[in-house]
Design a protein around this ligand. Sequence first.
Ligand code: 3HC
Ligand code: NAI
Length: 712
Amino acid sequence: MNHATDSAVVNYEVRDNIAIISLNSPPVNGLGLPLRQGIQQYFYAASEDPTVKAIVIASSGKLFCGGADITEFSGKLANATPALPALLRELEESQKPIIATINGMALGGGLELALACDYRIALFSAKMGLPEVNLGILPGAGGTQRLPRLAGVETATQMIVSGAPVDANTALASGFIDCIHDESSSFLDAAISYARELLASNAPVKSCAELSVDTSSLPEHFFTDFRQSIARRTRGFYAPEQCIQCIEGACKLPLDKGLALETQLFSKCMTSPQARAQQHLFFAERAATKIPGVSSKTLPRTISSVAIIGAGTMGGGIAMNFANVGIPVILLELKQDALERGLNTIRTNYDISVKRNKITQPQLEQRMALIQGTLTYNSLAGCDLVIEAVFENMDIKKQVFAQLDAVCKPGAILASNTSTLDVNEIAASTSRPQDVIGLHFFSPANVMRLLEIVRGDKTADDVIISTIKMAQRIRKVPVVSGVGWGFIGNRILEPYGREAARLMLEGASPAQIDRVLYDFGLAMGLPSMIDLAGIDVGYLTRQADRDMFYGRDPAYAAICDKLYTLERYGQKTGRGFYIYEGRDKQEDPEIMPLANEIAQEHNIEVREISDKEILERTIYMLINEGAKVLEEGIAYRSSDIDTIYCNGYGFPGHVGGPMHYADEIGLEHVVNTLKQYQETLGDYGKEWFSPAPLLERLVAEGKSFKSLSTAS
Ligand code: 3HC
Ligand code: NAI
């Protein structure tokens, strides 16, 4: 009996006495209302059919199930009958055994669906996890209650609070799946055989309601210690604590009461601004891969070998990304000693990973073997992608690209990791500008998730698509930017940094500015960030374009320039805005007197600065410049700016990025506040605090940044 066509979201068939309910809702079998209704309908059919003795829940796609349909969260559908928690309770109380057949990813509600079944068989390659915490919520369909019962408190807490999936072997060892099958082509047959074995052995139906959480071997103070261990990583996030409270509840409460607690805390999370922010980022990351004017059907070029030019800070880190996923890399340097230094640094970084148990020694050797050093350009002739990471100097870059143009095969993608230079100019220095693109990695390049892809005027569509796919392969978050000073990220950073420097002249200390921004949720405040990036780096950038900065304001970043002349470049020289000893820093008593001196020279009034003013003048500058970047078409959507800031600049994910934050607090409020500073800060205010025309227009039309993307 086969009850559904391929276009149905659920397929149903009965093979002998086994009913098979197959989820068939691409791309991820999201448990939206139609899928929930389909599951329920066929569950009832199987329950009522006297010939059916067991039920298999499987998937017709590559994934088992990606969880609740996140697009339903902003409306009423998520709670429409059957709601997921209630449906899963029904399955759990089934009179006939249900076997979840986990052929691929089972995430969130998808894993919760499997946990509500009686037995679980997984394909060896399947991954299972409860990533809800990354969406600002908690597993709300029984995950916080069933997983601790089946896998134990420690595994469950780790999985639920980190959101990270585990593989099938780990799941089996933890006890929340029952067996693993090794071959994908015969997986469904294996699941059916497994169901028959269960029937033959009179295996009982199971319900988590009959299980309590085993806390007998739980270390004393487990939850207190766990909270401490995640405090830094989860600072400012609301959902992790709610997850822990649910698991604590599971340890004490019967299933129905635990589920009620879960529902209560789930809805508290779901209605929080953080959930909106984190869900915004989920969709933002995916939207960023869709490029206006470029068909998603464009075929990517093959990238199976990569070359990096320059084995310095960036080149070495970039090379590691490729070796980490098994792609061979050729690393080119000018001189043997520089090459050896670069390769040694890579090995040292991998050594640290081995010491931290992140990789094994054989993995280290495998990865090092994938990175070959060279001093000659001819070795790059066969590479599919070349990434240049030499000194930030246009003439040197042009020389490098001329050599690449001469030796690289036709169709090779030629990329520059420049952080400021004009990608069009670099492209024009070759005979193949269509193959040239900017790939702006962030430091440390082997760690930071963001990759800003800079689309030159002539960059070919398939080069853009290829680099987006390549970024995903090396586990980066790609965002495409147009060509323009500082692209998206650094362009917006500039006025934000300018305000920090100016606020010091007006009387705010580095520590006060850092505290305000850190408390807002940023990984670090501006003075600390400038110290880390290097005061010399910013200085040299300003000198390269003096008019753009000092032409508008003779006191522009004057405190930074002063520190530069004192050779206080930040952490690298042990002194910048702070005094450093190793990683420890302390306030420097000389900074404020220096700032006061400069303020006097430039007739800047020194006064007490409130925390509110610091926050507004820095964060609203990000927003204002973001609006300009958007209007100029350098960024395609406001959510791209959010993705960049949350993945490359330490902006708190629970705030959702500067542009989402602006939408949340209201664009009118942002404009009014900018105008207020425009008036109260004298000539300085008039110079820098004009609201961006796009902001004013959106306010006049009663619109948000988000409305710009949803309209297109
Ligand atoms: N709901 C709605 N849409 C989803 C979705 C979901 N759970 N998961 C993915 N999608 C959409 C994506 O937005 C994307 O749409 P697009 O093509 O229009 O951009 C499409 O499906 C494909 O997604 P990916 O590009 O991410 O595909 P991948 O193959 O790279 O990854 C995945 C698949 C690993 C499942 C990844 O999509 C993912 O991590 N999804 C989210 C998983 C998750 O967080 N689940 C928990 C949901 S909340 C929940 O279950 C609550 C419950 O406890 C009550
Ligand atoms: P670096 O000074 O650490 O390394 C540059 C390396 O390139 C040196 O090892 C040098 O020997 C080599 N090199 C110079 N000319 C060469 C040539 N003609 N052929 C081969 N090798 C050559 O510099 P870093 O910091 O790695 O920067 C490299 C590029 O990355 C620059 O364009 C920079 O703007 C960009 N960038 C730097 C970031 C950072 O935080 N350091 C962040 C993002 C981008």
